[in-house]
Write a protein that binds this ligand. Sequence first.
Ligand SMILES: CC1(C)c2ccccc2-c2ccc(C[C@@H](CC(=O)O)C(=O)C(=O)O)cc21
Ligand SMILES: [Zn+2]
Length: 331
Amino acid sequence: MCENNKWDSSQIRNYDLDLQPIPRLHYKDPKVDELMKTNQPVLLSGSNIAKPAVDKWTLEYLEENLGKCGHTVYVSKTHKFKYFNREKILSKANPKGVEFTSETKSVEMKVSDFMKKLKEWKQGDDRLYLQQSLNSSVGSAIVKDFMGFEWRYVTEKKIRHGWGELSANLLFIAMEGNCTPCHYDEQENLFAQIKGFKRCILFPPDQFECLYPHPVYHPHDRQSMVDFDEPDYIKFPKFKNVKGFETVVGPGDVLYIPIYWWHHIESLLADGPTVTVNFWYKGGPSCLEYPLKDDQKVSIMRNVEKMLLEVLQDPKEVGPLLRTILLGRYV
Ligand SMILES: CC1(C)c2ccccc2-c2ccc(C[C@@H](CC(=O)O)C(=O)C(=O)O)cc21
Ligand SMILES: [Zn+2]
């Protein structure tokens, strides 16, 4: 895995997974469009997409210019930051508000306090992960750098590949070793690495059965139930057969994470904090052409789950009803 002797394999966590490398291409290589057109991940190298950030966004600069208002900081007792959607707790699909606890909580923190905690952090302390939308609430210097991103290139890709509107540009500052467990998003993603190195493990949408996502009504919707650090092969036997892709992104790299592709992302161990900016685009209009694409099937499965929960109300009735439909008739 060691490519540019800036890091070594002792800095990535050891999972027993069958992984192939993600292609790394120059961002102007026409093969980039071949891969994007077929929803394949690709690592774009040598691009200036977020060049002003790569050149200027040191932690000191960010502390100075991120703005005085509070920023959303996630706190975790472990290295894992598993997304938890609070709105799902009392949604109509979960009327009884089944008790859910989240290992990750979010707090508002001044960037100066965040940076101070980053410097003083030691093993065993809670870990922090700052997330900030790059909008008018950040300082004017950051806005100016942001305007200097290579918008012509990313907009050309959005149009050429029929992506939807740009929904967000988020800035992430992670502690070394932080890990975002395996999940998928319903957005196209250009993941621009600014500072430090992140190991990215990706799985195509057709690995759904091997990754066992939480039910759609669960606050951990879209997240895999499998704990990569200690997989429970009894509860999740197909996880043993999962097949994926892997790369390590460094400053200036941009990774295309296609919509509905699973991704597990970790900041290298013992290499200091990392900074990332992502570009999330809504999915484009997808016409039902046959055979259906794997991500369309995931979307259909989500809609079936939502409809059944809507009408059955009680999540415990979904399994028996689907089993009645399936057994002896479809399987
Ligand atoms: C862990 C964290 C801070 C978080 C906590 C609670 C709710 C949401 C999120 C959230 C969402 C996106 C990311 C960035 C990235 C993963 C990575 O780079 O770590 C990723 O998944 C993507 O770009 O799609 C990180 C987070
Ligand atoms: Zn994500």
